[in-house]
Design a protein around this ligand. Structure first.
Ligand SMILES: [Cu+2]
Length: 161
């Protein structure tokens, strides 16, 4: 949001003249352009794969989101026509925990990998088999959705570095 938009939004929410005065005083002055200087997030996805699951009720998914922009973003949700429920998980000790979103740092990457953060595919339409592809759409807080076709690999597959 630009400072002008923020002021308009805030002004629309404010109900009194006093509030408007305060907001005007807090508005951007010359020289406060730090946010505008940073380039927006620019995302690319690579190394996506789904190990063929051992059981029929869930599967893990891994990929790396690279951000070459100057602003961080967040992976907020994932959907797939092949699964009724897709969650974002992190691993704490031996336990998996659901998280609401995962940060994609500016000029950095979010790496999902075995034993760490991962995609949890639940309620499969049918069990994914090696050689197939799992279509997913990644949703981000700032960037447009990204569609990825995740290849199903062998259960013990480890990606090359
Ligand atoms: Cu999990």
């Amino acid at each position: 949001m630009t400072p002008a938009q923020r002021i308009r939004r805030a002004a629309a929410l404010a109900t009194g003249a006093a509030g408007l005065l305060v907001l005007t005083a807090c508005g951007s002055g010359p020289g406060s352009g730090s946010e505008a200087d940073a380039s927006p997030p620019k995302l690319t996805v690579r190394d996506a794969y789904v190990p063929e699951p051992v059981t029929a009720d869930m599967a893990g998914g891994f990929l790396t989101v690279r951000n070459s922009g100057g602003t961080a973003d967040r992976l907020t949700s994932i959907e797939s026509t092949d699964f009724g429920d897709v969650q974002l998980h992190k691993t704490v000790g031996q336990q998996m925990q659901r998280v609401k979103s995962l940060r994609v740092p500016a000029n950095g990457e979010l790496r999902l990998s075995r034993g760490g953060k991962h995609i949890m595919f639940l309620e499969p339409e049918r069990k994914p088999v090696k050689g197939e592809k799992v279509p997913v759409t990644l949703h981000f807080a700032k960037s447009d959705p990204v569609k990825v076709s995740m290849p199903v690999e062998a259960t013990n597959h480890v990606p090359e570095k």
